[in-house]
Design a protein around this ligand. Structure first.
Ligand SMILES: Nc1ncnc2c1ncn2[C@@H]1O[C@H](COP(=O)(O)OP(=O)(O)O)[C@@H](O)[C@H]1O
Ligand SMILES: [Mg+2]
Length: 363
């Protein structure tokens, strides 16, 4: 068991101009499952490889437990890894593949058998122990790679897109299993993915990376609900958070928010905001749709209707801007129909027009 403490990690690869990671500091708690998520090329793998000792930082330090491991080679860091290209040995049976790390460490045979048995049980591989990888499905092979990583009982488990070679259904199934297994082990885990749904579902906390920096760290639902900026709100969630330019309207006793020619009541806490212009962020599921006008409703027009099974996703035009709105599956409406939208002010998030960072309202 160990916590991981990263301080000011910077790395620019030779021959490149922009840093792959730029001054990253992050604490991963003992036993925590932390997900690094962000678009391709944002520095996730580089950061993970610096924790692993497979890449050395230009600046900054890595602590694991109470040791400064910055200058230690990978094998002395007490960690275990699963990579995207899970190299399991085709000429070894599942049993020997899982045992690989233990055999390398010259673990006594009885101990190897016991731990391989346990890991196989955990990953539902017991009946496949004597098969060769070629005789397994993609998902089973992936489980062998994970079993091999967890069997060594390392302080820290590092995983880089371990599910990316699986098809959608298998991914979902295996995601659930992985969550169960890692929860049971309680090993400090850093998990890299570009898949925002995977990040939300797996992490105790998620760290969203953008261009080599951490944009936001927090529990998944907190980051989803209150993104620190428009990038995070747009990256997490499907559909992405809606962002609408608005103006504060102080012409009335009641503070107003203007979207084009339309006005609704603004939260009083916005009264102190120093500028007129701002951006309103709202999730598709937090917009209520009506078939008639009413207080604090905004008139819009339906452009596209997409049933997703559990819900219906509407694309509506509001004052020339497209907005994604989620309605219950029972909601019947056709393209071209007028609709009226209402958002509970509690569900609105506000961003500065100039740099799209969050405006945190008092209270
Ligand atoms: N070995 C390398 N040499 C040069 N540039 C690299 C190397 N590995 C990664 N990069 C660059 O560093 C940046 C971050 O890459 P990476 O950490 O692999 O991102 P991610 O895993 O988030 O996709 C990218 O711009 C990538 O092109
Ligand atoms: Mg990567």
């Amino acid at each position: 068991m160990a916590e991981i403490v990263l301080r000011n990690l910077a790395k620019t690869y030779p021959g490149t101009r922009t840093p792959a990671t730029d001054d990253i500091s992050l604490d991963v708690r003992d036993g925590e499952f932390l997900v690094l998520v962000g678009p391709s090329g944002c520095g996730k793998t580089t950061l993970l490889r610096m924790i692993a000792g497979l890449e050395s930082p230009d600046e900054g330090t890595v602590h694991i437990g109470d040791r400064d491991v910055t200058d230690l080679p990978a094998r002395q860091r007490g960690l275990s890894m699963v990579f995207q290209s899970y190299a399991i040995f085709p000429h070894l049976r599942v049993r020997q593949n899982i045992a690989f790390g233990l055999t390398m460490r010259k673990t006594p045979k009885a101990e190897v058998d016991r731990r391989v048995g346990e890991a196989a049980e955990l990953l539902h591989l017991t009946e496949y122990l004597d098969r060769y990888p070629a005789q397994l499905s993609g998902g089973q092979r992936q489980r062998v790679a994970v079993a091999r990583a967890i069997v060594v009982d390392a302080d820290v488990l590092l995983m880089d897109e371990p599910l990316s070679n699986l098809d959608a259904l298998l991914r979902m199934e295996f995601r659930t299993e992985l969550k169960r297994i890692v929860g049971k082990l309680g090993t400090t885990t850093v998990y890299v993915t570009h898949d925002q749904a995977e990040a939300l579902s797996l992490g105790d906390r998620v760290a969203v990376l953008r261009e080599g920096r951490i944009a936001q760290v927090g529990p998944p639902l907190e980051v989803y609900d209150a993104p620190a900026d428009e990038f995070v709100g747009g990256f997490l969630g499907a559909p992405p958070m809606n962002f609408l330019p608005a103006r504060l309207d102080r012409s009335d006793d009641r503070l107003g928010l203007r979207f084009g020619d339309q006005r609704i009541t603004a939260p009083v806490a916005l009264a102190d905001h120093p500028s007129e212009e701002l951006t309103v962020g709202v999730r598709a599921e937090n917009i209520e749709v009506f078939d008639a006008d009413g207080p604090d409703r905004l008139a819009a027009r339906v452009e596209v209707v997409e049933p997703t099974g559990a819900a219906i996703l509407l694309t509506v035009d509001l004052e020339g801007r497209q907005l994604k709105v989620q309605t219950p599956p029972s909601f019947r409406i056709g393209p071209g129909s007028p609709v009226w939208l209402r958002v509970d002010p509690e569900r609105m998030r506000f961003y500065r027009a100039e740099d799209s960072t969050a405006i945190r309202l008092a209270g």
